[in-house]
Write a protein that binds this ligand. Structure first.
Ligand code: ZN
Length: 297
């Protein structure tokens, strides 16, 4: 199977540096330092819509009082940072041609760089969404080089969160179970997915979500791979599951349609009018479906 998008060449996170403010400040001035601006969940791009990183001179062009500078880690001796701009800022004067969504620019982006963009956006979105203390409601400030926020009133510290979500390709012999949401482009189907709830194991979550959304009973489940998915803050946990029943009782609030597709139908996907449309190429859903499709019978 091919490697999943957004899981390539992680940075050395160097977490011991995060508490050392002076050392992190010096790293921001390192000539090799690279900065990844994130604004309103979008990324800086050049005129060809290719994602950009910037050297330390970017800090002279932006208002560092309102931008959160987040130390991401080290790669080949170069420190990497995310710059989280406030959403109410006008397009920040970074020197980029514009800003674009990750799903649109992913196709032009080298995988190791795409993995850094995902990390940067996950951190930036968390900062954007947590300006206040969850305990007392007072303002929080970025601490530990952007890896925590601390309440200015009660001192409570909060940390970036990742929400576990299960996503599963359910099979029965030569068929797989796919569903679609009403807002998707016509003809597109995807694997079943849902959030892990407090107090349940991820295996239980796989069976519960499939039963709730489709009525299908799932037996054995097998973990396949995970993918960071900060849209806005998920960690996708990918599974295969074997169906013990085939009758579909669809939850119409969740899914507009849900069907069993044969392997031949999946092989013919996107080959002409009326054929199945698969989810975005960067998604673990696509990866799960193609991995099953390409297996020897
Ligand atoms: Zn507080």
């Amino acid at each position: 199977m091919t490697q999943l998008p957004y899981t390539h060449a992680p940075l050395e996170r160097a977490e011991l540096l995060r508490g050392k403010d002076d050392e992190v400040r010096a790293l921001t001035m390192d000539a090799k330092a690279r900065f990844l601006p994130v604004w309103k969940e979008t990324h800086a791009v050049d005129e060809r819509q290719h994602a950009m990183s910037f050297g330390p001179d970017i800090l002279t062009r932006i208002n560092v009082e309102t931008v959160c500078v987040i130390f991401l880690g080290l790669a080949e001796g170069a420190p990497w940072f995310a710059l989280a701009f406030a959403p109410e800022d006008e397009p920040p004067a970074t020197g980029a041609a514009g800003f674009a969504g990750l799903r649109d620019i992913w196709v032009h982006t080298e995988e190791a760089f795409a993995s850094r963009l995902v990390y940067a956006r996950a951190m930036a979105i968390w900062h954007q969404n947590h300006p206040h203390c969850s305990r007392c409601g007072a303002k929080t400030v970025s601490t530990e080089a952007g890896h925590s926020r601390t309440c200015s009133a009660c001192g409570h510290r909060s940390f970036p969160r990742t929400d576990p979500a299960v996503i599963m390709l359910i099979t029965h012999g030569d068929q797989c179970l796919l569903g679609r949401k009403a807002e998707w482009r016509p003809g597109q189907f995807s694997t079943i997915a849902g959030f892990v709830e407090p107090g349940e194991s991820i295996e239980h979550s796989v069976r519960r979500e499939v039963a709730e959304e489709t009525g299908v009973v799932v037996g054995a489940v097998r973990y396949m791979a995970s993918q960071p998915w900060p849209f806005p803050s998920s960690l996708m946990l990918g599974f295969r599951g074997e169906a013990l029943s085939t009758e579909i009782r669809r939850d119409s609030d969740e899914l507009e349609d849900c069907r069993w597709f044969t392997k031949d139908e999946v092989l013919a996907a996107e080959s002409g009018p009326g054929t199945l449309l698969l989810p975005h190429r960067s998604s673990i859903s696509r990866w799960l479906i193609e991995g099953w499709r390409d297996e020897a019978p």
